[in-house]
Design a binder for this molecule. Structure first.
Ligand code: MN
Length: 293
C-alpha cells in the first residue's frame, strides 16, 4: 500500500479532478546540520487537521469550491543514486496533469530543481525564499545537495529572484554579482526604508512562467524554530502573507508550482503549524489566482 496522507482530513480527489495536487517528498540525503526533514511531510499534513476550513485573509472557505488530492509519498529508494532519484522525481511529476496548483512538500531543498524541470521546462522565474543562497556548484561531494539548487536552476535557464538571504559565502556573492539572471534581496536590505515595498513591487511585476520555492528557514527562528539550518533574522508571519498576496494577486503570472521545504518537526509543534497554515494560504490564494486567469 502506498503511504498516503490527507489535507485537513478530507478525502483525496481523483488526480484528474483535483484543482490542487500536493506531493509529499520526504527526501533527506544531504542534510548538513539538524536532521529530521524526512518526517516533515507526514507531520505537516497531520497538523493540517487542526486548521479551520475558513481562510480569513481571502475571506472564504476554499475547499467548498475546489478539490485537493494529496498524492502518495514519493519514496526515497536508498539504493538509487542521487542522479537517478532526481530524474525519477522529475519524470513522475512531469507525468501529472498540469492544469492545477501543484505543491511539493519536502523534504530537503535539493528537490526543487527536479520539480521545476517537470513543471517549467521553458525559461521562467523562480522566486526563491531562503536564508541561504544555495548556490554551491556541489557540496560534500554531491551536485544534488540541498546547498546547490540555485546552481541547478540557473543551468536549466531560469531567472532567480532570491529573498530573505542572510548567510552567503564569498564565492556565491561573486556569482550573484556577475550573473544578471539573479536578483538578490538580502534579508538585511529588506529592512531598509522603502526596500520591502520595492521587493513587493518586484514580486508584483513578475511575468510569464513563475515557480515559488519556500525554504522554511527563510522565517525568523522564533516563527519556525524547526529547520535543518536555522539562521537569526528572517521573515515574520505577516510579511510572508503580504508577499504571497503580492505574488498571487498578479494575474499576469503563470504559476507553475510551489514547494515548501526543509522543515524539521519539533516538540513545540509551532513550526509544523506554521507550515500547515502556510499551505492553507498558498492553496487559498493560488486557487483564486487560477480562477481569475
Ligand atoms: Mn535552501
Amino acid at each position: 500500500m502506498p503511504d498516503t496522507s490527507q489535507f485537513l482530513a478530507m478525502p483525496n480527489a481523483p488526480i484528474a479532478e483535483a484543482d490542487v495536487l500536493l506531493l509529499p517528498i520526504p527526501l533527506e540525503r544531504t542534510v548538513s546540520f539538524k536532521p529530521g526533514t524526512s518526517d516533515a511531510p507526514k507531520t505537516i499534513l497531520k497538523t493540517t487537521e487542526q486548521l479551520e476550513f475558513y481562510e480569513e485573509d481571502a475571506g472564504w472557505s476554499p475547499f467548498k469550491h475546489m478539490k485537493i488530492s494529496v498524492l502518495p509519498e514519493f519514496a526515497d529508494n536508498k539504493k538509487e543514486t542521487d542522479e537517478k532519484l532526481h530524474s525519477r522525481l522529475a519524470k513522475e511529476v512531469a507525468a501529472l496533469p498540469a492544469d492545477n496548483l501543484f505543491i511539493g512538500l519536502g523534504g530537503e531543498h535539493s528537490l526543487t530543481p527536479s520539480l521545476v524541470e517537470a513543471r517549467m521546462p521553458e525559461p521562467g522565474t523562480v522566486l526563491f525564499l531562503d536564508a541561504h543562497a544555495d548556490m554551491r556548484m556541489s557540496y560534500e561531494g554531491s551536485r544534488y545537495s540541498h546547498a546547490c539548487p540555485v546552481t541547478r536552476l540557473l543551468e536549466q535557464g531560469h531567472k532567480i529572484v532570491m529573498a530573505g538571504v542572510r548567510s552567503v559565502y564569498e564565492g556565491e556573492v561573486e556569482l550573484i554579482e556577475k550573473d544578471s539572471r539573479v536578483t538578490l534581496f538580502l534579508d538585511w536590505d529588506l529592512r531598509g526604508k522603502g526596500q520591502w515595498e520595492s521587493f513587493l513591487q518586484k514580486v508584483n511585476s513578475l511575468e510569464g512562467p513563475v515557480y515559488l520555492s519556500i525554504d522554511m528557514d527563510v522565517f525568523n527562528p522564533a516563527v519556525v524554530p524547526g529547520v535543518g539550518t536555522p539562521q537569526p533574522g528572517g521573515f515574520f508571519w505577516y510579511p510572508m502573507i503580504e508577499l504571497l498576496e503580492s505574488l498571487f494577486s498578479r494575474n499576469q503570472i503563470d504559476l507553475r508550482g510551489v514547494d515548501v521545504v526543509e522543515l524539521v518537526p519539533e516538540s513545540s509543534r509551532v513550526s509544523e503549524m506554521t507550515a500547515a497554515k502556510l499551505l492553507l494560504k498558498i492553496i487559498s490564494f493560488g486557487v483564486l489566482l487560477m480562477v481569475s486567469n
